[in-house]
Design a protein around this ligand. Structure first.
Ligand code: CMP
Length: 140
């Protein structure tokens, strides 16, 4: 079993797509280990996206990610990282395949509805950044 970290971003939460996205997560066979709705502080968002600090889109990204509430999720499945990236589709909704979450619910490359970890190291880092003691929280 593998774990990954997901965010339902402010654009999707604002448009009331959270329920549909969570339903899809369950239908795809992910186990939700932990889930929390919150509004990210600027410090939290900047820390989370620190690898993008030098990118031209960084300031806009931080403004967007702190513009309203998000849903943070710790997910588990066989091959969860690649599986979740497949369900989301490409970063740019215009390039994401029909039926993917970003195609269905995203607006543009920034307002793209969902986030997912891109590798085992980042998944571990991102899960640890927002969730403490997942194993203790989980009702087995
Ligand atoms: P995410 O998978 O959360 O990782 C970084 C985010 O930056 C990305 O989704 C988009 O929301 C945002 N972003 C905005 N512009 C770009 C871009 N040109 N390339 C990649 N990501 C971008």
């Amino acid at each position: 079993m593998e774990r990954t970290f997901a965010i339902i971003k402010p654009d999707a939460v604002e448009q009331k797509f959270s329920g549909k996205i969570i339903d899809r997560i369950e239908q795809e066979g992910f186990k939700i280990l932990s889930m929390r709705k919150t509004r990210l502080t600027r410090v939290e968002a900047e820390g989370f996206y620190a690898v993008h600090r030098e990118r031209p889109f960084f300031n806009d990204l931080i403004s967007f990610m702190t513009s309203g509430p998000v849903v943070l999720l710790a997910l588990e499945a066989e091959g969860a990282i690649l599986k979740w990236r497949g369900v989301m589709g490409e970063t740019d909704p215009a390039k994401a395949p029909e039926g993917s979450l970003r195609k269905q619910f995203g607006t543009n490359i920034e307002r793209n509805a969902t986030h997912g970890s891109d590798a085992p190291e980042t998944a571990a880092e991102e899960l640890g950044y927002f969730f403490r003691n997942i194993d203790l929280l989980e009702a087995r």
